[in-house]
Design a protein around this ligand. Structure first.
Ligand code: SF4
Length: 353
């Protein structure tokens, strides 16, 4: 593949993003993107870009874009020597778990996630000792250490299917409180949030085949409220509102559609509403709008994930130049985490986050 010139990158970005990014910024970013694409070829690297990347990056340097799981699947199959993961740390770790022989780079060392930071491997061990024999499902938005303590992983799109596949009366579902509540609702179970201290849970708590949850939240999706939805509906009664399942159950119930990032993109592409509003990370709305100029997307979003925002074109160039921010996962943890991720991939072959 020929590396595009600065001018052709600029023209391409301008066509897609003239409504979203100021022209002067597009010029500057085109130059950086050109350097990255050149270096990518020289270093035999592949760049993966998550759906939440800022638009100029999203449309200029990734070889593949998508959700965290789609990108990890690609990472597991790539022939390239270096994987640059333009996303947050748990995503790059998942790529390393699936592709241990590759060099995995993350452009910004501190690109974390409030969900991944919301639970530790020790918390999971304590839950397992409190509820022995109960299978542990963890959302992919977790550290490798937490995945290593799990029986199976899930994504926001396959969480219900993964829980059902276990055929277990009770399931520990970690760490997202809202995703767990939404899964409990969809599977007709109730949910409990046990304290870790306090000994035996007692038979009563498990009598109704509950989902045992944890109270971590996505700091972006927890901010959307039912009041936001009501206000938008007053102004735009014909709007179709799509909410990510990391939003609260009340927000999901007040929305027209709930799904993972990939499912939301598909829904917009396959339906014909007068206008749409996405209740998720802002950049994704801009990226969908750029790819579907005929769709009317309301640009009311003001919530940018501070962790995703850490990933810039400048830092991506530096990471490639210096081979810096190499993601490592100790082999003993990786092997156990791999089992949990691989089990999900086996059970749910078309999984997507
Ligand atoms: S949007 Fe939420 S879940 Fe995604 S990386 Fe940011 S804090 Fe984590």
């Amino acid at each position: 593949m020929n590396t595009m010139s600065v001018e052709s990158i600029y023209q391409d970005l301008k066509t897609k993003l003239h409504d979203v990014v100021p022209d002067v910024e597009l010029r500057l970013k085109s130059e950086i993107a050109f350097e990255i694409n050149k270096l990518k070829k020289e270093r035999n690297a592949v760049i993966l870009g998550h759906n939440y990347m800022e638009p100029a990056l999203f449309y200029s340097i990734p070889d593949y874009v998508g959700d965290s799981l789609e990108l990890s699947r690609i990472a597991s199959k790539t022939e390239k020597d270096i994987i640059v993961f333009c996303g947050v740390r748990f995503m790059a770790e998942t790529a390393k778990i699936l592709s241990p022989q590759k060099t995995v780079l993350i452009p910004a060392k501190k690109a974390g996630c409030s969900l991944a930071d919301g639970i530790t491997a020790e918390d999971v061990r304590q839950l397992k000792s409190k509820f022995p024999g109960v299978p542990v499902v963890t959302y992919v938005n977790t550290t490798a250490e937490v995945k290593a303590e799990s029986d199976i992983c899930c994504t926001s799109s396959n969480a219900v299917a993964v829980v059902k596949s276990l055929k277990s009366e009770t399931v520990i579902f970690l760490p997202d409180e809202y995703l767990a509540r939404n899964v409990a609702h969809e599977t007709g179970r109730h949910i409990i949030f046990p304290a870790l201290t306090g000994g035996d849970p007692g038979n009563e708590t498990l009598l109704d085949k509950p989902i045992i949850g944890w109270k971590a939240r996505c700091e972006v999706h927890e901010k959307f409220t039912v009041e936001d939805i009501q206000n938008v509906h007053k102004q735009f009664p014909d709007v179709v509102i799509l909410a990510h399942p990391e939003c609260s159950p009340e927000v999901v119930a007040a929305s027209d559609y709930s799904g993972s990032t990939t499912q939301m993109i598909r829904h917009v592409q396959q339906t014909n509403a007068p206008r749409y509003l996405l209740l998720t990370e802002c950049s994704m709305g801009d990226n969908i709008m750029a790819a579907n100029p005929e769709k009317n997307m309301l640009r009311l979003c003001s919530i940018r994930c501070p962790h995703m925002n850490e990933i810039t074109l400048e830092d991506t160039l530096e990471a490639l130049r210096k081979t810096q921010h190499v993601v490592e996962v100790p082999e003993e943890i990786r092997v156990r985490a791999y089992r949990a991720v691989e089990r999900m991939l086996q059970i749910i072959p078309s999984a997507a986050d």
